[in-house]
Write a new protein. Structure first.
Length: 353
């Protein structure tokens, strides 16, 4: 279940993605960064799954929830504002961003990446990380972070915490404040860019809040019509991209092509109060945090609601599967300055972010 693709087996498509022509209006290609070292040698018959090695093949799944409404258990609270959990299987721990109140002349929120090692150990993993949403690179050696401190997307190497840049800007213009991120199995990165952590820094996006894609070091626009896009996730086969539009109370889905580009957009869920972070399980069910009611809403791949998970009251921000079998759902939730980490056991394994 925690198998990883070999570098040799993944080198070819990375080159193809790096040298292939990009869409009109994209920034010129640059050498691939460390987040894109893994790809697939053979031409793809269909979109690759995301992320690699998470879901065992050939497994049938039943209902994901033990009941229509279940309650998560608090592990610990008292944090500033937790976000972006991601499970690191090789180390057996969970990472998450903890954002403090804005500070300095531009009112930018500092953030620390904290580590939770079950059953009850918490420590600081990266101080001054400037991060919000987190994901795992395809080789499982880095976390890909939506970093609002530098208004970019960064990679932090797990072994030594060194930082590199995945996406610096779009056509020379600074992003607003990258918020959440997901990574396909071939290294293609998708991220949202609302204004929530921009502070008083100048708007270089002409009032637009957008979704972007990074492929082979090249940044491309997915959609700039969404109002405050927030959580983002991929279906198990990588063929569907889900994005929550926070200011619209809607979740959209996009068809994803084998090369990572996106096609038609449609409404996946027509109303969800304040859709924040999200994840998916191996059956393709979608778990979306609602900031308005503090619930995790669970939907089938067709968009039918399957149930809810309660935790921490209002202010639920994000979710990630973890544990040795990835059947523990971790939830970040709670009021500012009393934000907490919660967990609940579910019936279907899922993705680490």
């Amino acid at each position: 279940m925690n198998r990883r693709p070999t570098t040799a087996a993944l080198a070819g498509l990375c080159l193809a993605l790096t040298t292939a022509p990009g869409p009109a209006g994209a920034t010129p290609p640059t050498p691939p960064d460390a987040a894109h070292v893994n790809a697939n040698t053979n031409p793809l018959a269909g979109p690759p799954g995301a992320p690699p090695g998470v879901c065992p093949g050939g497994t049938g799944y039943g209902p994901p929830l033990p009941a229509g409404s279940v309650a998560a258990t608090k592990i610990r609270s008292g944090f500033s504002f937790l976000e972006g959990p991601v499970w690191i299987a090789d180390g057996g721990y969970l990472l998450m961003s903890d954002m403090a109140a804005g500070t300095g002349p531009n009112n930018v929120q500092p953030a620390t990446i904290r580590r939770f090692t079950p059953p009850a150990t918490f420590d600081t993993f990266i101080a001054d990380a400037g991060s919000n949403g987190l994901a795992l690179s395809t080789d499982a050696q880095q976390i890909i972070a939506a970093t609002h401190d530098q208004r970019n997307v960064s990679a932090y190497r797990l072994s030594d915490r060194t930082r590199s840049t995945v996406a610096a800007d779009h056509q020379g213009r600074a992003f607003n404040s990258p918020n959440d991120v997901t990574v396909r199995s071939d290294g293609v990165v998708y991220f949202t860019d609302p204004t929530f952590q921009r502070g008083s820094r100048p708007d270089q996006m002409s009032g637009r809040t957008s979704v972007f894609r990074v492929s082979g070091g090249q940044v491309s626009l997915v959609d700039d019509r969404l109002r405050q896009p927030n959580g983002i996730a991929l279906s198990p086969d990588g063929s569907t991209l889900y994005v929550g539009a926070y200011a619209e109370n809607k979740i959209y889905r996009y068809v994803v092509q084998p090369d990572g580009s996106t096609g038609a957009r449609s409404v996946f869920v027509n109303y969800l109060g304040g859709p924040d972070g999200a994840t998916v399980d191996c059956a393709g069910n979608v778990y979306w945090a609602s900031g308005s009611d503090g619930l995790i809403h669970v939907y089938s791949p067709a968009g039918a609601q399957l149930g809810t998970i309660r935790s921490g009251g209002a202010g639920t921000t994000n979710v990630a599967f973890g544990g040795p079998d990835r059947q523990t759902l971790y939830i970040t939730s709670g009021r500012t300055n009393d934000s907490g980490l919660y967990s609940v056991r579910l019936n279907v394994p899922g993705y680490p972010y």
